[in-house]
Design a protein around this ligand. Structure first.
Ligand SMILES: *[C@@H]1O[C@H](CO)[C@@H](O)[C@H](O)[C@H]1NC(C)=O
Ligand SMILES: *[C@@H]1O[C@H](CO)[C@@H](O)[C@H](O)[C@H]1NC(C)=O
Length: 398
């Protein structure tokens, strides 16, 4: 019995020991689990935080991207708007340029193109249309020679000026180098058949014209007014209503003359389809001829060029298709010749332009007026009234 008791006790003891051992293990495990759970909770918290942060960030980026997308579309809209405006400005510039362009001869064609662009119905006849299209090339045209000369008449004093209004075909005669009277004839034929100025309409101007540098265009007379001790003025005179419609001062020293061989010419006006031009010398010290483009309606100066054509030995000048042709001679009059040209479009270089000789004549030109309608020159030569026909060719573009 005793050994059994001992076994029992020892077993119980062992059992109790095992029990203790397991309890300790359980406690240990429990603590570990708790610690792990704690840590997991911490991780969970942290991951939740990370997740929220992540979500926030995502929301933010998507908002930002959305915003950017909107901004971008706004920006592209702005850009498109800006491009449209640039386009329009460009077109406006082109329009303004064709309106004021000294690139003269293209004007008419541009106007036709404009009309088409604006869908205007009032287009000219087919004939005119073709003619206008042909005129595109006018601006690259140059005078290649003086084809012929026709002496129409001998009237008035040795110096003077005559011209024909390209619009009305009426002829205007300016006898001498200054005065307040001009003579109007209905046509060149009327003038050539007339007996002196008697059969003309006499127009008395409100002030004197100075020098043979006037121009007549579209029913208006443009003349230089220069009274003693006053500035030089350009006067626009309505020949129909006989009233001055506009005057403008000009930056010209009153004692300066334009052409050294014709000192009476203070300044020289030239009017044609392209508008109104003024050849002048800003001061007596200036060796070269200056050119101004004027608005024929308001007499505003639009642009000024230095032609680089000397005044010395110059006799007269005229404007053809945006190009100034200066005619030179010698003091002892010999053959007049165009020895300097100036193209406002820089398409014709003076050195490359053909040397134009006028036929041998009596004296020297007091004036030369180009008529764009007939492409001929009205000249006053020692009291003779002469018409020069011109040969015109296309400039070979290099
Ligand atoms: C032309 O003017 C001159 C003076 O410059 C004058 O002697 C002559 O009579 C005038 N001729 C005519 C036809 O008016
Ligand atoms: C005048 O024109 C000539 C060319 O004919 C040029 O050499 C000269 O520099 C010009 N003078 C002035 C003051 O512009």
């Amino acid at each position: 019995m005793k050994p059994l008791f001992v076994l029992l006790v020892s077993t119980a003891w062992t059992l109790i020991g095992a029990q203790n051992y397991y309890q300790g293990l359980m406690d240990y495990l429990e603590n570990r689990l708790l610690a792990i759970e704690d840590r997991m909770q911490l991780w969970r918290d942290q991951s939740h935080r990370y997740r929220t942060e992540m979500l926030d960030f995502k929301k933010l980026t998507s908002e930002a991207i959305h915003g950017l997308r909107n901004d971008h579309s706004l920006m592209s809209k702005d850009l498109e708007g800006a491009l449209l405006r640039v386009d329009r400005a460009e077109r406006e510039m082109d329009y303004v340029e064709t309106q004021n362009s000294p690139r003269a001869c293209a004007n008419r064609v541009d106007k036709v193109v404009e009309q088409e662009a604006w869908g205007l119905q009032e287009r000219e006849e087919d004939e005119d249309w073709e003619e206008l299209q042909f005129r595109v090339s006018d601006c690259v045209e140059i005078i290649s020679s003086i084809k012929s000369a026709k002496i129409l008449k001998r009237t008035g004093s040795s110096k003077g000026m005559w011209t024909r209004d390209p619009k009305s075909s009426k002829v205007y005669v300016f006898n001498g180098t200054s005065g307040d009277t001009i003579y109007q004839f209905n046509s060149v034929r009327d003038f050539s058949r007339s007996l002196g100025m008697a059969s003309s309409r006499t127009i008395k101007l409100p002030s004197e014209w100075s020098g043979p540098g006037s121009a007549v265009y579209n029913g208006y007379l443009y003349y230089i007014k220069q009274e003693v001790d006053t500035d030089v003025q350009v006067v626009k005179y309505d020949l129909l209503s006989e009233t001055v419609t506009e005057t403008a001062m000009f930056p010209v020293e009153s004692h300066a003359s334009l052409y050294k061989l014709n000192p009476e010419t203070v300044a020289d006006l030239a009017a044609d389809d392209e508008g109104l031009w003024l050849l002048f010398s800003p001061s007596e010290d200036e060796p070269n001829i200056s050119l101004a483009k004027m608005d024929a309606v308001t007499l505003d100066i639009e642009q000024i060029w230095d032609t680089q054509c000397p005044r010395e030995n110059a006799e007269a000048a005229f404007v053809f298709c945006g190009t100034v042709y200066v005619v030179y001679n010698t003091r002892l009059a010999s053959r007049s010749r165009v020895q300097c040209v100036f193209d406002v479009n820089d398409m014709i270089v003076s050195e490359e332009a053909p040397l134009l000789y006028f036929p041998r004549r009596y004296g020297a030109h007091a004036s030369l007026k180009y008529n764009p309608e007939e492409k001929q020159l009205y000249a006053w030569d020692d009291g003779y009234q002469i018409i020069y026909k011109l040969t015109i060719t296309r400039k070979v573009l290099t």
